[in-house]
Design a protein around this ligand. Structure first.
Ligand code: NDP
Length: 330
């Protein structure tokens, strides 16, 4: 088979969005356990900015960014399971997604049901599997729970709000603008706090009659960590799952004695490390999408070659819901 070339967005050194470089690369031929994927849609995720900036170091450079995508199997290596040329598949948490074509370990791929378009899969898989583990595994959300979702109109936040309210929780959210607050309310938030202008801890205390919430889901990090911890009820759980505003600095564990609170710093990679967990998570997510429990709002579409603009928008808080990068159709 002739080696296939591909446009890819890489970094040659860590840096700001301008560090993203559109390069022509060899996609290569699939080795044992691998397939060659022609990608039709690529998910944009905050983790991509951490890889670009070096907050999460990647080795070696130059490296192709991106962790989520969907497309069509174009070639299958030896021992790659039952995948066939032409199968529609998607994945989350495999770096190298910002490319027209890529090699990928077949064990990371999930087949896409007919009800899920490639674009929807690229917008939903990484964020949806994250929301899944946060509300099904980190804490099993159930009727009567009261939760707070920070950045409730973001990619992960929008899914968390819809899914948790479907499960019967009372969901409060935070958002950076009235437009985002409106979306979060439509998605199921009982109240949305404009955290740049309002005192989150005081508002949560008022909403919960002084008790605090059972769980806070916080992907914002440095800017919100203290308010998240202070918004919990005694023995409540803070799932600190991201760093959109910067990483949370080291903190004194003795602070948890004020209410015997729990803090976890979970990652999707841990929760889908076993194939059976990935299958279970993906199947529940696809069902939630098909049943309309979770609706994905793709508010931003960028050409793959405009990845730099996408990173600028994401880091400047200009995006709402999910965003995708689209390779030029062949
Ligand atoms: P989002 O679409 O949620 O974008 C981040 C949002 O955070 C912004 O839109 C903004 O919303 C809010 N925000 C608040 N302060 C800042 C700031 N200083 N800079 C930038 N954004 C800020 O991104 P994703 O859905 O891709 O990811 C959300 C979080 O979840 C990220 O931290 C990501 O790393 C994390 N994550 C963690 C995973 C895990 O397993 N641990 C897996 C997937 C994602 P607003 O304007 O409303 O304030």
């Amino acid at each position: 088979m002739a080696a296939s070339t591909s446009l890819a967005v890489r970094i040659h050194a860590y840096g700001p969005p301008a560090a993203l470089s559109v390069d022509q690369v060899e996609a290569g031929e699939p080795g044992p356990g691998e397939v060659l994927l022609r990608q039709t849609a690529i998910g944009l995720n905050f983790i991509d900015t951490y890889h670009r900036s070096g907050l999460y170091p990647i080795d070696p450079l130059p490296a192709i960014l991106g962790s989520e995508g969907a497309g069509v199997v174009e070639a299958v290596g030896p021992d790659a399971g039952d995948l066939r040329v032409g199968d529609r598949v998607g994945y989350a948490m495999s770096r190298g997604a910002y490319a027209e074509r890529r090699l990928i370990d077949a064990s990371l791929l999930v087949r896409l049901p007919e009800t899920t378009s490639d674009e929807l899969a690229a917008a939903a898989l990484l964020k949806g599997l994250t929301a899944w583990y946060l509300i099904r595994e980190t804490h099993r959300v159930s009727r009567g729970d009261t939760i707070l979702v920070q950045a409730a109109a973001g990619g992960v936040g929008s899914i968390l709000v819809q899914w948790a309210s479907h499960l019967g929780a009372t969901v409060y959210g935070t958002a950076g603008s009235e437009e985002k607050a409106e979306l979060a309310r439509r998605n199921g938030c009982a109240e949305v706090i404009l955290y740049d202008r309002e005192d989150v801890v005081a508002r949560v205390a008022q909403l919960t009659e002084g008790r605090g919430v059972d769980v806070v889901y916080d992907g914002v990090g440095r800017a919100t960590f203290d308010a998240s911890l202070a918004s919990l009820r005694p023995r409540g759980l803070l799932a600190a799952f991201g760093n959109a505003s910067g990483a949370v600095p080291p903190f004194d564990i003795l602070r948890l004695t004020d209410g015997s609170k729990f803090v976890t710093r979970p990652t999707l990679a841990t929760y889908i490390a076993q194939r059976e967990d990935l299958d279970r998570a993906a199947s529940e997510l696809f069902s939630a999408l098909a049943d309309g429990i979770v609706r994905i709002d793709i508010h931003q579409r960028f050409a793959l070659t405009d990845a730099r603009l996408a990173h600028e928008a994401l880091e400047a808080r200009r995006t709402i819901g999910s965003s995708v990068l689209l390779p030029t159709p062949e």
